[in-house]
Design a protein around this ligand. Structure first.
Ligand SMILES: [Ca+2]
Length: 358
């Protein structure tokens, strides 16, 4: 993703430094190979970053947010406690019981995309005394206030939650803030009391609050794969948070961001939302599909609801059952027997050969 391209180029040039110790001809060959590789890396990196032609302005929100919410041609609407300045969009102030959201007015018809969100969550509340977080949306409906981080429950589409407050005191195996993703066709409720765990597709803990440096989140959807990355340590590099396949999302939905405070509060600021089109080829069959008719879904081995019983949150890996353990042990035993037999045969042959020589 964005900064990955730069890192790849840096590592290539440090490899070039080693070449002075090699002979000239081999050096040239290796230089050509490395240059070729670095070109490929740069091109791959440019797909999403630093290449303005892939930035989709109609789905992006950038400083100084000219015309946002005020003109009739505005591509973004805002609601509730949302406050616009020239430097940030504050979804909620650091005050109790506030809700705010901002929504793209233009439906997105890109099949493969990557959304980069720069955000800032900060406030005077001490550790664990702040809330509730924010959510990034790609949904069928827009501007529908409700109880899920300021947006409606039973939504249709994708939600990425940056949950800063632990509601579920039984879920002590994970630390907060916690980032998670949920996909719903409208049938699933979001369980606030359990911090959305029954319906989450995956997630990671992320110390995003009260940082002096910029904090970013990237959501990539391409070829049925949903990847969520964070850049929150000021190292200018993405770290993977969620990566799952078998995801189906339609085109024609809306991007948005929302936030809510309750008894505890924080400032929840969006600095920018930048949408990049990913240049991905599809088969003619895929292209002929009506992508607006796709129902949001995830094909899982187990339903997300089973996730609640698994304290690791990793519902895709099933524990080893009795017969699997037995099979593994049997394989190990067979392996040992085969090794012993082969070893014995080799040893015997050597003995015979030694006898012939001496
Ligand atoms: Ca929560």
């Amino acid at each position: 993703m964005a900064t990955g391209g730069c890192r790849r180029v840096v590592s290539t040039s440090s490899q070039l430094g080693l070449l002075s110790k090699m002979n000239t001809f081999r050096g040239f060959v290796v230089i050509f190979l490395l240059l070729g590789l670095s070109c490929v890396s740069v091109v791959r990196g440019d797909i999403t970053d630093g290449n303005s032609e892939h930035l989709k302005r109609e789905h992006s929100l950038m400083k100084p947010y000219q015309g946002v919410g005020t003109s009739s041609s505005s591509q973004w609407d805002f609601w509730g406690s949302t406050l616009l300045t020239s430097q940030y969009i504050r979804l909620t102030p650091d005050e109790r019981s506030k809700q705010g959201s901002i929504w793209n007015t233009v439906p997105c018809f890109l099949k493969d995309w990557e959304m980069h969100v720069q955000f800032k969550v900060h406030g005077s509340g001490k550790k664990n005394l702040h809330g509730d977080g924010l959510a990034i949306w790609y949904t069928r409906e827009r501007l529908q206030p409700g109880p899920v981080f300021g947006n409606q429950d039973h939504f249709v589409g994708l939600a990425v939650f940056v949950d800063t407050f632990r509601n579920d005191l039984h879920g002590m195996d994970r630390s907060f803030p916690y980032i998670s993703a949920m996909i719903s066709n409208g049938s699933l409720p979001y369980d606030h009391g359990k911090d959305g765990r029954p319906t989450e597709l995956g997630g990671c803990s992320a110390e995003i609050r009260n940082k002096d440096h910029d904090t970013y989140l990237a959501i990539r959807y391409s070829k049925g794969r949903l990847t969520i990355m964070v850049d929150i340590d000021d190292h200018n590099e993405w770290k993977e948070c969620i990566d799952i396949g078998g995801v189906r999302l339609p085109t024609g939905y809306y991007f948005g961001a929302s936030s809510a405070t309750g008894d505890l509060s924080d400032n929840h600021d969006i600095i920018s939302m930048k949408m990049y089109q990913l240049m991905v080829e599809h088969t003619p069959e895929e292209d002929n599909l009506d992508w607006t008719k796709i129902e949001p879904s995830v094909s899982l081995l187990k339903s997300p609801k089973d996730n609640i019983d698994d304290p690791t949150g990793n519902f895709r890996s099933t524990p080893l059952t009795g017969w699997k353990v037995f099979l593994l042990l049997l394989c190990a035993l067979l392996g040992i027997v085969v090794c012993a037999v082969v070893g014995a045969v080799v040893f015997q042959k050597r003995q015979e050969r030694n006898k012939r020589f001496y």
